[in-house]
Design a binder for this molecule. Structure first.
Ligand SMILES: [Zn+2]
Length: 99
């Protein structure tokens, strides 16, 4: 699945940065920065091993859900709700784009 480099959400243009190196918290797989309109996605685990592509893709949907929540839902979703919705979106979209 191709993760977009940019996408429009509300009136905002978000940039997706794959392969981001998290310095302060190396256990993060992704981060949504609505102050800078950026989604950051890690490429490796905290131990430096490459993340499975499905993990990176799932992280994209998780951070996208945070962005949707921030822009359209006034940050009402919990972390669990964010992850549950993201897993559902990813499951369906993955089937749509898989050969
Ligand atoms: Zn989260």
């Amino acid at each position: 699945m191709k993760i977009p480099e940019r996408f429009q959400l509300g009136g905002h243009t978000f940039t997706v940065r794959e392969g981001h190196v998290f310095v302060e918290r190396t256990d993060l797989y992704g981060q949504c920065d609505t102050g800078r309109n950026e989604l950051r996605l890690a490429a490796v685990t905290s131990g430096g091993a490459p993340l499975a592509r499905s993990v990176v893709e799932q992280a994209f949907f998780h951070e996208l859900t945070h962005a949707i929540d921030a822009i359209f839902c006034n940050r009402k979703l919990t972390e669990d709700q964010t992850e549950q919705l993201a897993q559902g979106f990813y499951q369906v979209v993955r089937q749509m784009v898989a050969p």
